[in-house]
Design a binder for this molecule. Structure first.
Ligand SMILES: Nc1ncnc2c1ncn2[C@@H]1O[C@H](COP(=O)(O)OP(=O)(O)OP(=O)(O)O)[C@@H](O)[C@H]1O
Ligand SMILES: [Mg+2]
Length: 259
């Protein structure tokens, strides 16, 4: 009793409620999880584990009773099912019960008649309205869009992408969703999104990449930013296992080959 008070604890803002990702190593870095209602970019080059990480986030949420929604732009939902089956904690009952919903965005495009190569303002409006309807129908508390990069491709112009991103993130925040937006980037470090606007509107950035250690290529993870959270920016080695993603500190001296 009466011991020293930790520096800064008196002036700290009240702790934000956390959305536990269920990936223990990541929750440990993030003081328990992502602040609820935040939108986070999960950026990484090809095969760095973006889809796997975001699927685990949703399955873990669905398991604890949070409605979870995956909007897949790049992969058919059957392929996602295969990916999820590699997790031994995944149960197809989560989908059957509506706890976890997977949506094929190309199918949505077809239903909306969005067949043209370039999406104009009206088409983007229609897309946003459809996403909002899905949020309302599913009562989603956790959302993933894989990938935001692919959604942006067809909007072409930077101002359209920026406007879409702003409206999307406001909508997600309004519905109280904790969201992971997948960002596909090249292997060179320094940027977290292809269009350059995605990282500006989000509350957090998690970077996945590759590193070389004695001839092996390791997957690595780094939290670049997370509003409302004091977190380590150290690099962690990620191992994908049937019990989920495992994180371990990346030893100094290992050279980072890719962002
Ligand atoms: N549970 C698992 N255990 C072991 N390996 C896995 C597991 N889940 C996925 N993988 C492997 O990890 C690799 C990359 O995963 P993932 O598809 O998540 O990466 P990505 O960053 O989304 O790739 P892309 O850029 O192609 O979309 C895949 O080749 C897959 O075989
Ligand atoms: Mg992927």
């Amino acid at each position: 009793m009466g011991g020293p008070v930790a520096a800064g604890s008196l002036s700290d803002a009240p702790a934000r409620e956390r959305c536990r990702t269920g990936i223990e190593g990541l929750d440990n870095i993030l003081e328990g999880g992502i602040p609820k209602g935040n939108t986070v970019l999960v950026a990484g080059s090809v095969g760095t584990g973006k889809t796997t990480l975001t699927l685990e986030f949703l399955i873990r949420g669905a398991e604890v009773g949070e409605r979870s929604l995956f909007l897949s732009v790049t992969e058919a939902t059957e392929k996602l099912m295969e990916n999820m089956r590699s997790f031994e904690f995944f149960s197809p009952a989560l989908i059957a019960s509506g706890q976890l919903t997977l949506i094929d965005v190309p199918v949505l495009y077809a239903k909306l008649g969005l067949t043209q190569e370039e999406l104009g303002i009206d088409e983007i409006d229609a897309l946003l309205q459809t996403i909002e309807r899905l949020l309302e129908e599913t009562h989603a508390q956790r959302v993933v869009i894989d990938s935001i990069t692919s959604l942006g491709y067809r909007m072409r112009r930077e101002e359209r992408i920026r406007d879409f991103m702003l409206r999307l993130s406001q909508m997600l925040a309004h519905h109280g969703c904790t969201t992971l937006l997948v960002s596909e980037i090249g292997p060179l470090p320094g940027r977290y999104s292809l269009h350059g606007v995605e990282e500006v509107v989000v509350d957090g950035v998690v970077l996945l990449g590759n590193a070389r250690r004695q001839g092996d290529i390791l997957r690595v993870l780094q939290v670049i930013k997370m509003r409302g959270t004091s977190h380590s920016r150290a690099q962690y080695v990620v191992e994908m296992t049937p019990i989920g993603l495992l994180l371990a500190p990346h030893l100094k001296g290992d050279r980072v080959e890719e962002g």
